[in-house]
Design a protein around this ligand. Structure first.
Ligand code: SF4
Length: 315
């Protein structure tokens, strides 16, 4: 926010918005050259989400959409945009899903933001937790000696279990699609992670695919994270700003840092990387099996969730 604050001050001294030619400039999209006033930033931001949904066929007019919300800026901004769009699609319906992993002092506060926002926007909320689904909180899982000896990072366990928890809750509530708030930055980071794990092409990231799993789509696929922060700020969306105490260990951190620096020096690189990954994954055959333990669809013999639960001796 501080960075955007500086940006705001700097560009305000310059000319009027180059879309409406009226309002003072509050945001400079360096990669496109656009200098925008508050109204045009919000308008173009929301229009881009609509274009992304249309371009990739992410949502259908009669979808029952489960929006995965964590209480952070990205997911609560996505909820605001989708709620606004819902009016134009009378056959579609929206609800939210949130997962309590059991991270004291962090997730409890985030969930308060989720409850407050969903009540204010009048969107139903489905809550679930690791304790309910896997019999243990994340904090308990990572405090066991088996976990400490495994050499795993908390996020390596938490990520797949969170995804599974969202799938279970969304399926139970009749969702036809799950919308996640992954931004352009997140999607490109995930493609890089897949490269380093030798998994590029095993599944699309944030695109709708047909098959036995509820599709997960990312309407912010073409929206840089920095613009989501600015949107939340301009629309006064309250969100949790504390970082998860386990976040420092995340495997994607060095990739995130590298990509952020690269984008700073070479604006537009994230969009170019996304285009390259889209071309590469379009030509790579997908290989979907069913997990031999739980029967859930997976690209492996045993899914990642069962692998983790077995290695941590949780099941
Ligand atoms: Fe889970 Fe890691 Fe995210 Fe914390 S930062 S909520 S441990 S995935």
């Amino acid at each position: 926010m501080e960075e955007d604050g500086v940006l705001l001050e700097t560009v305000q001294k310059q000319a009027d918005c180059n879309v409406c030619h009226e309002g003072p400039v509050v945001y400079h999209r360096v990669y496109s050259g656009e200098k925008l006033c508050r109204k045009c930033f919000i308008k173009t931001f929301e229009k881009r989400v609509i274009r992304t949904i249309g371009r990739y066929g992410l949502l259908r007019p009669d979808d029952r959409i489960a929006v995965a919300v964590s209480g952070g800026k990205d997911s609560l901004s996505l909820l605001h945009v989708l709620k606004k769009l819902e009016k134009n699609f009378p056959r579609a319906s929206l609800f939210t899903v949130t997962v309590d992993e059991g991270i004291p002092g962090y997730r409890d506060e985030a969930i308060e933001y989720v409850v407050e926002t969903t009540q204010r926007l009048n969107v139903p909320l489905v809550k679930t937790s690791f304790e309910e689904l896997f019999g243990m909180t994340l904090t308990k899982m990572i405090s066991t000696s088996v976990f400490r000896e495994s050499g795993l990072a908390a996020c390596t366990v938490c990520g797949p279990l969170r995804r599974r928890a969202i799938n279970i809750a969304a399926k139970k509530a009749g969702a036809t699609v799950i919308a996640t708030a992954h931004t352009l930055d997140d999607i490109v980071q995930t493609y890089f992670l897949k490269v380093f794990r030798g998994e590029l092409g095993s599944s699309d990231v944030g695109l709708r695919s047909e098959g036995p799993v509820i599709p997960r789509v990312a309407p912010f696929r073409l929206t840089p994270e920095r613009e989501v922060v600015f949107y939340a700020y301009l629309r006064n969306i309250p969100f949790q700003s504390h970082v998860c105490p386990n976040a420092a260990e995340a495997m994607r951190n060095p990739i995130r840092q590298f990509l952020a620096e690269f984008e700073e020096r070479h604006p537009g690189s994230l969009f170019a990387a996304l285009r390259s990954f889209e071309k590469a994954t379009r030509t790579t055959p997908k290989n979907l099996h069913y997990c031999r333990t739980c029967g859930e669809p997976t690209s492996r013999e045993t899914c990642r969730v069962c692998e983790l639960l077995t290695s941590l001796r949780i099941s």
